[in-house]
Design a protein around this ligand. Sequence first.
Ligand SMILES: [Zn+2]
Ligand SMILES: [Zn+2]
Length: 250
Amino acid sequence: MDYLFGWTQEIKNYWTAFVRIIYPAFCLTCDSPLEIDERYLCALCHSRIPHLKEPLCQKCAAECPPFAPSNFRCSHCRSIKSHYHRGTALFPYRDEVKTILHAIKFEKKPWYLKIFKEAIAKAALPLPIAEYDLIVPVPADPKRKRERDFNPAYLIAETVAQSSPGSRIRAILKKVKSTPPQSDLDRVKRLVNLSGAFRLSWHTDVRNQKILLVDDIVTTSATINECAKCLKEAGASRVDFFALARTGSS
Ligand SMILES: [Zn+2]
Ligand SMILES: [Zn+2]
């Protein structure tokens, strides 16, 4: 059987090499030609993908000053009433991560999410995924939804759910008003911008449910907080969040 598998793999490698000669593939971030066993990114760029550096804010996963204590909360989290319990993020939103997410979102190439699939599956989330009753993707802005036919947050939620068979994803939140990107606004406008922007889209009973919100990029925790507020007002017992990437500050 092993012999058969090796033989099949060898044919696959020859086929890939043949296809690469006709249609060469290039690294998404540095443009160098890819080896047969490389996909989307060359090995060097893959090794350069930055990770968030500890210490992180225990509430919103923002990078904190070095030597901050393990229970440190950033100034943003100390200044707002947060409706989520705590958050986790995998990557800082810069360098290779920014290029890849830009290609996914603005060049509409969702298949590049596969680059992060392994990292998401290995992500050491503070709580095991199985402990959540529901995984809820942050909904897309209505305007952006019309521009692209997929929600990156939903695709990430699917990858998160795959790490725990039996977990349930429900797109129960809906964004009911289009708002300017949070990154374009100052802190006060960010909070006002999202007020009343989200609703529960189904008559789903979330009472006493533990919910994991999932988003692609957390620019400010204001979006997450507004979604968490909706869920908590509907009776959710606890809301945490997981984001693929995080910008430098709240
Ligand atoms: Zn490269
Ligand atoms: Zn924080």
